[in-house]
Write a protein that binds this ligand. Sequence first.
Ligand SMILES: C[S@@+](CC[C@H](N)C(=O)[O-])C[C@H]1O[C@@H](n2cnc3c(N)ncnc32)[C@H](O)[C@@H]1O
Length: 341
Amino acid sequence: MDNRSDKTCDLQPATCSDSNQPDTADDSSDPIKKLDIPSLSDKMFSRFSEFVQKELGIKMPEAKKIMLQARLQKRLRKTGITTFEDYYNYVFSPRGREAELASMIDAVTTNKTDFFREPQHFDYLFYTVLPELASRKLRVVPCSQAEIAVSQAQAVSSLSSNTASELRVIPLKVWSAGCASGEEAYTLAMVMSEFAEHYPGFDFSILATDISTSALKKGALGIYNHERIEPIPMPMRKKYLLRSKDQSKELVRIIPELRAAVRFQRLNLMDKLFPIRNTMDIIFFRNVLIYFDRPTQESVLNRICQHLDPDGYMFLGHSETLSGLDVPLIPIITAVYKKSL
Ligand SMILES: C[S@@+](CC[C@H](N)C(=O)[O-])C[C@H]1O[C@@H](n2cnc3c(N)ncnc32)[C@H](O)[C@@H]1O
């Protein structure tokens, strides 16, 4: 997904709507629309919920029936289909798989997120994790053979003797898994850019993945309503955000340098193998586990941990707990873990 095009913010407002924010799913106020679509029968609920649970890992107990009905009703209206049964048959037909399945998945996922959500994590990242990882990855690179990285021990001794060398940090690799519309990934990019200002040679790249294509598109665009940027400290807003040229639009866009540091990619955490070659130094996997049942939590976390460096850090949501799960993680502080060897 290309997020590098650099139009400023005079885009159509529709492109930037917050349609991926928590779905209040309240179309019931429209009596005419309400008449159009029948309610979701128990039989159709179990067919849809089975798909959602099996393919996306998301729990869909009976208690969520009204929510699922409301979310799917929007898709029925959009496609002009009048019964859930017809919609189901369409979604899983060869044509529907191409044309509608992704939108159905968008509708059933909850993409609630924020910039600087659970802010203690970003303080811990800045003051503890980044200094530790950066110094561990510090290398002296001879200027003549920039690609040859020598060990830190060699680095220290050659520092005093070899002036034709420069300090570099092997780029940190960070993964925002279940990134929704990108606010978490861009928060990471801002914090790491701040760190880079104090740590010469520091570099990073961020992979941001999600199952929801509409959320990913929004992330890749990097355009947000002005009200969404409230949690971003003012100095960072000035540095990392561009205002819309058209003042009436109240939109901001992440600066190109930050957008270029984040790569958005569709990835289903339920897949047995993830198309990720590198191991990550830091994984933010926050507020996704809560949607999964315990066996799914365990298997997804174990797969994600395979992509975490032995010295790497895993950040979970504050309301997520690992108790009773057999996963290779040891707690460090609240909702922050390191890989256990
Ligand atoms: C509540 S958001 C969390 C966003 C962000 N991590 C945060 O903490 O603010 C949960 C995200 O998980 C994604 N998700 C749910 N099931 C998934 C799956 N099977 N594979 C990939 N992403 C999934 C949803 O699409 C949604 O965007």
